[in-house]
Design a protein around this ligand. Structure first.
Ligand code: MN
Length: 311
C-alpha cells in the first residue's frame, strides 16, 4: 500500500554516502503503521537512504484480512516519485486521480508516476478474506521528469528467468537477460527472487549498486544472513550475486546507478527543497484539484499539517 509516511517522520535529506565496492551492510527494518496495517520500513535506512533511485521500501504483512475494513488507504497525494505496489499474497484496488481503477494481484506491477502531483487510494476488495502480504516501494524521479505529468501503468505479465536454484521476475529494468516493459526514468533494476533453497548465482550489472530485502525465509549473502524486514546493502562493482537459502525463500533485489541528486522526503512527497514540500502540502490542504486531481473513493482523505519548518 502506498500509504502515507507518518507525520512523525523527520524530514530526510539524502546524505550521499559514497557508493562502495562489494559490501554487505545490514540494517534492521523499523516498525511503522500505514493506515491500519503494520509494516516494516526497510528504506530509508541509516546510513543508506537511497539504492539507485529506490528511496522507500515498506514490507507490509503478512496480515490476515478478516473483515471488509481490513485494509484501506484513503486518498493522499504524491510528488516527485513513482509508487511500485507489489503483492505476494492478497488483493487490493488502486484508484487514482487520473481515473485509473485497477485491482492489484500477486505478481502484477502497479506503477504510478507522480511527477508534479497525483493522488490515489488503495482499497480493500469487498469480500476478500485471507492473507495480505507485499511490498510498497518508491522510486525518486530525476529532475528531468519530476515536474512532469502524472501517469499510471499496470503490467499483468512480467518476464521471468529460471536459473539454477532461483527464479527471477523482473519488475523494472533488466536482470539475467529479461527486461520488464515498465517505465523507468533512471537506470534501475527491481526483481523478485524466488530461491529454491540451496545456492544460486544471479548475474547483475557492475555499474549498479544493489540491496536485498527479504520477504520470506532467509537469504545468505557473503556469509551474512538476511532476515525478513531487513535491508542488506550490497554496494557496487559486482558482476554476480552469489546467494544461498536454507529453504524456499523470497526476496526483492533493488538496484540502479547511484541517484545523483540530493533528495528531501517528507510525508508523501519527494522533492529537493523545503519550499517545494511546503507548497505541495498547502496545495493538498486547500484541495487544489489542478495539482492533485480527485480520487473517486469512498474512503476519507488523508490530511496533514504543515511541515515542522513551517510552524
Ligand atoms: Mn501512496
Amino acid at each position: 500500500m502506498s500509504g502515507p509516511v507518518t507525520t512523525g517522520d523527520k524530514p530526510a535529506l539524502e546524505e550521499h554516502p559514497e557508493p562502495e565496492g562489494p559490501t554487505v551492510e545490514i540494517s534492521r527494518g523499523r516498525e511503522a503503521r500505514v493506515g491500519d496495517l503494520r509494516v516494516r520500513r526497510a528504506l530509508p535506512s541509516r546510513p543508506r537512504r537511497t539504492v539507485g533511485a529506490w528511496c522507500f521500501a515498506d514490507h507490509m504483512g503478512p496480515a490476515q484480512i478478516a473483515d471488509d475494513a481490513g485494509v484501506g488507504i484513503g486518498p493522499h497525494p504524491h510528488i516527485g516519485l513513482q509508487t511500485v505496489t507489489w503483492l505476494f499474497e492478497g488483493e487490493i484496488l488502486h484508484r487514482d486521480s487520473l481515473g485509473s481503477e485497477q485491482p492489484i494481484r500477486p505478481g502484477q506491477l502497479n506503477l504510478m508516476t507522480a511527477g508534479n502531483g497525483v493522488s490515489h487510494a488503495e482499497e480493500g476488495v469487498a469480500g476478500f478474506r485471507g492473507e495480505l502480504h507485499g511490498m510498497q516501494l518508491w522510486v525518486a524521479q530525476p529532475n528531468e521528469t519530476r515536474h512532469g505529468p502524472a501517469a499510471f501503468e499496470h503490467h499483468a505479465e512480467l518476464p521471468s528467468t529460471h536459473l539454477p536454484g532461483v527464479t527471477t521476475t523482473v519488475l523494472v529494468g533488466t536482470l539475467a537477460g529479461a527486461t520488464s516493459p515498465a517505465r523507468h526514468d533512471t537506470d534501475l533494476v527491481g526483481a523478485q527472487l524466488d530461491l529454491d533453497g540451496g545456492p544460486a548465482v544471479i548475474p547483475v550489472q557492475s555499474h549498479h549498486e544493489h540491496a536485498l530485502v527479504v520477504a520470506e525465509g532467509s537469504v545468505e549473502v557473503d556469509g551474512q544472513v538476511v532476515e525478513p524486514g531487513n535491508l542488506a546493502y550490497l554496494g557496487m562493482a559486482r558482476d554476480e550475486l552469489a546467494l544461498s537459502a536454507d529453504g524456499p525463500s523470497r526476496a526483492l533485489l533493488l538496484g540502479g546507478v547511484p541517484f545523483g541528486e540530493p533528495v528531501l522526503m517528507w510525508w508523501n512527497f519527494v522533492a529537493r527543497t523545503r519550499e517545494e514540500i511546503s507548497e505541495a502540502q498547502r496545495a493538498w490542504a486547500t484541495g487544489d484539484a489542478d495539482r492533485f486531481g480527485r480520487v473517486a473513493s469512498h474512503l476519507d482523505r488523508f490530511e496533514v499539517g504543515p511541515p515542522p519548518w513551517a510552524s
